[in-house]
Design a protein around this ligand. Sequence first.
Ligand SMILES: [Zn+2]
Length: 324
Amino acid sequence: MNKIFWLFVWLTLSILVTTGGNTAALQETVIREIAFTIDDLPVNYMTDQGVAGWEKVTSKLLISLEKNNVPAIGFVNLGKLYDKNGRLDNRRLALLKRWLDAGFELGNHTFSHLDLHKTSLAEFTQDLLKGEGILRNLCKDHGRDLAFFRHPLLHTGLDLETKNGLEQFLMNHGYRIAPVTMDNSEWIYARAYDIANGKADIGLKKRIATAYLDYMERVFAYYEDQSRTLFGREVKQVLLIHANTLNSEYLGDLARLLKTRGYTFISLAKALEDEAYMSLDRYTGTGGITWLHRWALTQGKKGDFFKGEPEVDEFVNAVYQGKY
Ligand SMILES: [Zn+2]
C-alpha cells in the first residue's frame, strides 16, 4: 500500500514537472530566423541616378548590415554596370566589390531585369548569362561562389514547361533559386521616399519612413502567422527588400524591429536548410508571390487562408502615383 501511494505521488509530481517543463521549453524553442536578400544591385531606382548617389546608398546599406550583423546577399542586375554608351563603368563595378569586400554574398538577378512572363525562355536565359562571367570572377576573387539566382518580379513562369525549363537551366549552370517567404511592397514606400527626397520634403520623408516600419511589422506578423498555419511552426524566413535610399537610411531600424520580435539573422543557404523549402511548388499564376503562398496553393488552400495580407498606406500610394 505504502509503495503504491509513493508511486502515485511520484507519478503525479513527474507529470507536473514534465508539463511545467514542457511549457517553459515550448516558450524557449520558438526560434525565429531570417535571411536578408537585397535586390536590384548596385542600386534600385532613385531620382538622382548619378553614381555618387549610388555610392552613398551602398555605403550606408553596408554600414547598417555590418553594424547589425546581418549576413545579407545582394542580387545584381549586371546591365546597371554599363554606361549609356555600353561601356563597363569601373565606379559601378567597384560598388559590387565593396559588398564582397565587406563579406557579403552576391547573386544573379539577370542583366536587364527581364520579366519571364513577357519573354521567351530562350531570350530570358540569354539575358541571365549576359555579363555573368564578370560577376562570377568577382565572386571567385573574393573566395565566393556565384550560387544563387533570383527571378525578377518573382515571376517564375506562366506554365510548368517554362518554370521547369528555367529550373533545369539554372541547375545546369550551378545556380540555386532564391525563394522569398516574406514578400512585401517595400518598393512602393521606397519610390515614394525618393519622390519626397526629390522635393526635399523632410516632413513627408519622415512620415513615409515611419509608415514603412509599421507596414513591415505587419508584414512580419502576417507571414509568421501564415507559416504557423501552413507548417504548424515558423519556418526560417527569407525577406526580400531592395537596394534603395529608404533602406540605406532605415535598414538599422528594420533590423532592430526584427530583433525585438526575437529574430536572429542567418545566411540564405542556412535558411534553405529548413525542410519547408523542399515543399512542392507547382504555382504558375501571374503574380510574383511569396513561396509560402505557392506551397499553400499547390496544396489546394483557398480564400480564407490568404486573408489579411497587409496593405500599403493610402498616402504612400498617393505619393507613389504622383497624386499627393
Ligand atoms: Zn528585382
